[in-house]
Write a protein that binds this ligand. Structure first.
Ligand SMILES: Nc1ncnc2c1ncn2[C@@H]1O[C@H](COP(=O)(O)OP(=O)(O)OP(=O)(O)O)[C@@H](O)[C@H]1O
Length: 204
């Protein structure tokens, strides 16, 4: 479903990872691991098409990737409902009600997004995944700001997505309880990248 071949990615003009090769099959979750600053976000952004690779290839069906990251794409001055409707229009989707139910947004629909708590904003941002109807979820630390109950609920949403034939590539420091393969990006660190501090590298 997603095939990454010999990918090299850079941040700030410096190669961070090289030779990244893996596949994510239908119904599969792959969990990305690696130290702070090792290149997980850079890799996910490149796979999602937000930045060009230095080399290599990302193969998947066109418009099949839904990307969710730290900045959740929420329009602060719109209500929760208006944000959802905006995405539903963009993605020509009829999945808005499903997203509202899955992320328990029913009581927040009329609230301007800029009045939501961090965790509520994160729920709204993640609900976009369902609205897109896309098969490949590329997720960068999706559970930041979520309480324990919502982390569990989110893990169930990801499991349902996999069971429905989707797949997911997730950078997370939290155990989502998903049965998935783990890919440690440290094995792909670019030679000569000295951007990791000695602290990052665990020498202290
Ligand atoms: N905007 C930027 N300009 C220049 N360098 C950057 C920028 N953002 C990140 N970097 C550097 O790129 C490298 C990879 O960062 P990246 O965010 O991909 O790592 P990460 O594995 O996602 O880290 P974390 O676990 O801390 O989120 C790091 O050395 C980081 O300092």
């Amino acid at each position: 479903m997603l095939k990454v071949t010999d990918l090299a990615v850079a941040r700030g003009g410096i190669a961070v990872l090289e030779g990244v090769t893996f596949e994510v099959a239908k119904g599969q979750a792959v969990i990305l691991r690696g130290d702070n600053g090792s290149g997980k976000t850079t890799l996910l952004r490149t796979i999602a098409g937000l930045q060009e690779p230095l080399a290599g290839q990302v193969d998947c069906a066109s418009d099949s990737i839904a990307y969710a990251a730290h900045l959740d794409g929420i329009k602060a001055n719109l209500t929760v409902e208006e944000n959802l409707k905006f995405w539903a229009d963009v993605f020509q989707s009829d999945q808005m009600d499903k997203a509202v139910e899955a992320f328990d947004l029913g009581g927040l629909l009329q609230r301007p997004a800029n009045t939501l708590s961090a965790g509520q904003k994160r729920r709204l941002g993640l609900s976009r995944l369902l609205v897109t109807g896309r098969d490949i979820w590329v997720l960068d630390e999706p559970t930041v700001s979520l309480d324990a109950f919502t982390v569990k609920a989110f893990a169930e949403i990801v499991k349902a997505h996999l069971a429905a034939g989707g797949c997911a590539l997730i950078a997370t420091h939290v155990d989502l309880g998903l049965e998935g393969d783990t890919l440690d990006v440290m094995q792909f660190r670019a030679k000569g990248d000295s951007t990791l501090s000695s602290f990052d590298e665990g020498f202290l």
